[in-house]
Design a protein around this ligand. Structure first.
Ligand code: SF4
Length: 280
């Protein structure tokens, strides 16, 4: 079978960079453990590889011994994680994506200048928790347009709105338009990163030129399932996490298969799938 791969598949720039930095640290590690706060990414196979290499995952900073090495994930952390780990003499390996770091800087700067911060995004996502931690966790977090109706805005206050990097541009614009009807002095910082959008556009382009699509990524990964739905509308689509889920007979009659992958899918899993498909 001929196999074509989407232009933007798998890890985005920020995740690729973070995973490489973390891997290099593990390659050169001494006998001491290296820690991360939570999983580096939401991909079990990839995370297992890092664990085998010596990465220890912890949920709280308090659990990590003083003077250890701590890897900060690509979606960043609150300012207090830096101060608390410094107080414990820990060595920080900061893999925060530069696009996320930019939001931390904006939020810190504007809150110091007296602005009330509004963050558009999912309040439970680690990226949002981290961003809020750069303005003393005092931001207003808005996930859905309707939530604005329940918020009382102070007419004497100046506000600055930022977005989660993976926010949908259309939803962000709608929220900003509604906020403008309620707030006199609103500074808008569109901090959306277009890696997700680019991945979706590449998937659509590829699905239009192949007989079927294989989308690799977690069944619970929202960006992967979004790719699955986009492709399904155009061609028969198979959603898998690893090559083991592929069933040869299901590809009978297809000559050209397209492959794309969610943001947490490492290259080696994509390559395994491509090689398997080529052999069909
Ligand atoms: S999606 Fe964008 S902001 Fe998030 S890690 Fe990737 S490149 Fe960075």
């Amino acid at each position: 079978m001929e196999v074509r791969i989407a232009d933007n598949a798998g890890f985005c720039f920020g995740v690729k960079r973070a995973m490489k930095i973390a891997w290099d640290e593990l390659e050169n590690k001494s006998e001491n453990n290296i820690y991360s706060l939570g999983p580096l990414i939401h991909n079990k196979q990839a995370v297992d590889r890092y664990k085998e290499k010596g990465l220890v995952e912890m949920d709280n900073l308090e659990e990590i011994p003083s003077e250890s090495k701590l890897i900060i994930r690509s979606h960043g952390v609150a300012e207090k994680v830096y101060t608390e780990s410094k107080a414990k003499n820990m060595e920080i390996v900061d893999t925060t994506c530069p696009f996320v770091k930019k939001i931390h800087d904006i939020v810190k700067d504007f809150s110091h200048r007296g602005y009330k911060i509004i963050i558009v995004g999912n309040p439970n996502h680690p990226e949002i928790i981290g961003i809020n931690g750069w303005c003393n966790n005092e931001a207003i977090v808005i996930n859905k347009l309707e939530e604005i109706d329940d918020i009382t805005f102070d007419p004497t206050q100046i506000y600055c709105v930022v977005s989660q990097t993976t926010a949908n541009l259309e939803s962000f614009d709608k929220i900003v338009q509604k906020l403008k009807t309620k707030i006199n002095n609103l500074t808008v910082k569109n901090t959306i990163c277009f890696a997700t959008k680019e991945r979706q556009i590449s998937a659509i382009d590829l699905a239009r030129e192949v007989d079927c699509m294989v989308v690799i990524g977690g069944k619970h990964s929202s960006n992967t399932q979004k790719l699955v739905n986009i492709c399904k509308d155009l061609v028969p689509t198979f959603s898998i996490e690893t090559k083991e889920e592929l069933e040869k007979e299901k590809f009978a009659g297809f000559k050209v298969a397209g492959v794309t992958a969610g943001a947490s899918t490492p290259d080696w899993i994509i390559e395994e799938v491509i090689n398997y498909l080529k052999e069909i």
